[in-house]
Write a protein that binds this ligand. Sequence first.
Ligand SMILES: C[S@@+](CC[C@H](N)C(=O)[O-])C[C@H]1O[C@@H](n2cnc3c(N)ncnc32)[C@H](O)[C@@H]1O
Length: 176
Amino acid sequence: MIPPERPLKLLDIGCGEGRIAIFFARNGYEVTAFDLSPQGVEKAKRYADEIGVSIKVFQANLSEFRLEEKFDILFSTGVFHYIPEELRKEIFDNYKEFTNENGLNAYSVFVKKPFIPRAPDFEKAAQSWVSGEVFSYYHDWKMESCQEEIFDCNSSGILHKHAVNRMIAGKIFGDL
Ligand SMILES: C[S@@+](CC[C@H](N)C(=O)[O-])C[C@H]1O[C@@H](n2cnc3c(N)ncnc32)[C@H](O)[C@@H]1O
């Protein structure tokens, strides 16, 4: 939706071992990424070096870390279920404030559905999100897409299902 025809700064929140951050860097975005796991951060740096792309990666806890510089694109997948409910509004207010005009926030978030049993490898640190919740933090942005998907997962070797909300929202100023 916004190809890097000019320099575009992208932040990958909870980048894990950097697979998607590196994908974006290879495709011409100026990538910054962070994750709670020091091992993940080290691997992301190593993979980026091996592949020969430049990414800025650091260790941080998204519950504590707040943006102080602006990005064109904020991206996160499979991470926001670690944010406690009481911090969500504050965190998304910060992410929205530190997104450049005409920038995008693109996220996917696991959500709880009454007809999907808890995953066998459920983590204690995981917090539940209701379906549609992440969209509501962006009610005043232009929703480019918001969708819900249910997919099969075989993590831990036991087949189960997850529900995920995916959204892309654009920061528009003034009238369209
Ligand atoms: C399912 S993985 C997704 C990783 C990456 N986004 C991807 O798709 O490859 C979840 C990631 O969230 C990170 N994480 C968990 N709690 C976090 C926190 N409080 N702050 C930042 N990252 C966290 C984990 O270390 C892990 O790398």
